[in-house]
Design a protein around this ligand. Structure first.
Ligand SMILES: NC(=O)C1=CN([C@@H]2O[C@H](COP(=O)(O)OP(=O)(O)OC[C@H]3O[C@@H](n4cnc5c(N)ncnc54)[C@H](O)[C@@H]3O)[C@@H](O)[C@H]2O)C=CC1
Ligand SMILES: O=C(O)[C@H]1O[C@H](OP(=O)(O)OP(=O)(O)OC[C@H]2O[C@@H](n3ccc(=O)[nH]c3=O)[C@H](O)[C@@H]2O)[C@H](O)[C@@H](O)[C@@H]1O
Length: 470
């Protein structure tokens, strides 16, 4: 069966994945028309804004959108029109953890995937390749196929592919320009293989052939969950070791360096931290836990669950260390939290460790000053309200101040907590910060970011994750 040549691509979901991924496809494939649709009008308006005030902050993204928007890249809320016109449709909608019902707290909420699939089935009048871009539990493609086939019109066939996304926020554009691999899963039938070749043909416009991996549908779906689980497991492993370092006098940076030098382990993703955040690690591991339990594999479920538990422990441990070091009480004290995003170079705050730390400080009745170079005030207030649903908004506003600079956040504070590894925190004038803080002035480095010896020489009392207290 000859693969279909793709001329028109639709992406349903203009979020952190759909937006950058399909913008890069438009850039690299000028002969393909790419339309990205979303139900969220404000999001689409931001993608279309005249001054390129895009809805997500991602280095290099604006440049890509500037080159393609209006040429072969379009953003719209007209989902039906997009479906009718496309040959290939990416489903890149959110798949959050279920909040209620069966599997609440663990299983992925597939409602958005199902609604998008049903809309494709209802509207399509010609054959389509439907690509699962969202991260989904193993065998979701089967449910999508059942829905599509049960609702398809005559002469309308649907081929389903799995093409999970591996980009990381903050480096999305470079990850998309030169991915370690592109993974495409398909049914191993002639039709499935032809659809797979069509999508591979799109990526082949810029990705070397040996980096385009083609596998079975279920392997592809599971590989995405497995990749995130194993990445998160590395961080939980190094964070577990950081607790041993603090108690023994070993230094986690030195330990990680020594371990990572083994070519079988490798040096990347071994940075101890105040805990991993982001929209996916926790969600995808819980999804794997749920899958394991559903398959009656309780030992496997417990194994993966521990990765998330270790992460919770790391955040708790760090908050406690702040309180212990500040003479066992932070009530009425002012703490500057530098960084609110879940990692540097993104404005995304989903599951950010900073949110948990600030909630802990608030419950100890401390005052908190927050500064982040990319996160909006509205987002911070909304995250803090969600983290403490029983605390009235006025109480939160009395305890928390959002500041316009790191220096302003640190003024009159007794302690600075580095929660996100923004480069600018390394480069601030720490001597000036010291002058304006209460004494003794404490720094808690949750990201192994600053030069502890240099700060100690200025006069700070520095506590670093994975190193014993001075
Ligand atoms: N954020 C990340 O770095 C990565 C996320 N993923 C996965 O990609 C998927 C999407 O994640 P994000 O882009 O972060 O989510 P997001 O929440 O930023 O974007 C999803 C978008 O889909 C839209 N949407 C939902 N249902 C729709 C429908 N029926 N029609 C039109 N639009 C609809 C929502 O309004 C939202 O704007 C998730 O499954 C996630 O696990 C995978 C790799 C990386
Ligand atoms: O499925 C997803 O959503 C994505 O999840 C992660 O990407 P992302 O969450 O954007 O960012 P990471 O760089 O993986 O960082 C995740 C968290 O781990 C923390 N981290 C990372 C690395 C490290 O060594 N130590 C550490 O604490 C980061 O600060 C951050 O809070 C994966 O890296 C991507 O491959 C995947 O596509």
């Amino acid at each position: 069966m000859a693969p279909l040549k793709v001329n028109k691509i639709l992406c349903i979901g203009a979020g952190y994945v759909g937006g950058p991924t399909c913008a890069v496809i438009a850039l690299k494939c000028p002969h393909i028309t790419v339309t990205i649709v979303d139900l969220n009008q404000a999001r689409i308006d931001a993608w279309n804004s005249a001054d390129f005030a895009l809805p997500i902050y991602e280095p290099g993204l604006e440049d890509v959108v500037r080159q393609c928007r209006g040429r072969n890249l379009f953003f719209s809320t007209d989902v039906d029109k997009g479906i009718r016109e496309a040959d290939l449709i990416f489903v890149s909608v959110n798949t959050p953890t279920k909040k209620s019902g069966v599997g609440a707290g663990f299983a992925a909420d597939l409602n958005y995937v199902e609604l998008a699939t049903r809309q494709i089935a209802a509207v399509a009048t010609s054959s389509k390749i439907v690509v699962e871009k969202s991260t989904v539990p193993c065998r979701t493609a089967e449910s999508m196929r059942t829905i599509l086939e049960a609702n398809s019109k005559p002469n309308c066939r649907f081929d389903i592919l799995s093409n999970p996304e591996f980009l990381a926020e903050g480096t999305a554009i470079s990850d998309l320009f030169s991915p370690d691999r592109v993974l495409i899963g398909s049914l191993q039938t002639p039709e499935g293989k032809a659809a797979c070749a069509s999508l591979a043909g799109v990526y082949a416009n810029w990705v070397p052939e040996n980096r385009i991996l083609t596998v079975g549908l279920w392997s592809s779906e599971l590989s995405k969950l497995a990749a995130n689980a194993m990445l998160a497991q590395r961080i939980s492993s190094v964070n577990a070791l950081s607790a041993i370092c603090e108690a023994t006098g070993a230094n986690i940076d030195e330990v990680a360096h020594a371990v990572g030098y083994d070519s079988r382990v490798g040096p990347k993703f071994l940075k101890a931290s105040v805990g991993f955040g982001g929209s996916c690690f926790q969600k995808d591991i819980l999804n794997l836990v749920y899958l394991s339990e559903s398959l009656h594999l309780p030992e496997v479920a417990a194994y993966w669950r521990q990765v998330v538990e270790m992460n919770e422990y790391q955040k708790r441990r760090f908050s406690k260390r702040v309180v212990d070091t500040l003479f066992n009480t932070i009530t009425g004290k002012r703490i500057a939290v530098l960084g609110f995003a879940f990692k540097a170079d993104t404005g995304d705050t989903r599951e950010s460790a900073a949110i948990t730390l600030i909630r802990d400080f608030q419950s100890e009745r401390a005052f908190v000053n927050i500064y982040d170079p990319q996160v909006s005030e509205t987002q911070i207030w909304s995250d803090l309200a969600e983290a403490s649903p029983t605390v009235p908004a006025e109480t939160i506003k009395k305890q928390v101040k959002i500041c316009g600079s790191a220096l302003e956040a640190c003024r009159d504070a007794e302690a600075v907590v580095i929660a996100t590894e923004w480069k600018e925190f390394k480069e601030i004038d720490w001597k000036e910060v010291y002058q304006h803080m209460k004494k003794p002035a404490f720094v808690f480095d949750g990201r192994l970011l600053v030069d502890a010896a240099a700060l100690t020489a200025i006069g700070f009392k520095v506590t670093t994750i994975g190193r014993p207290s001075l």
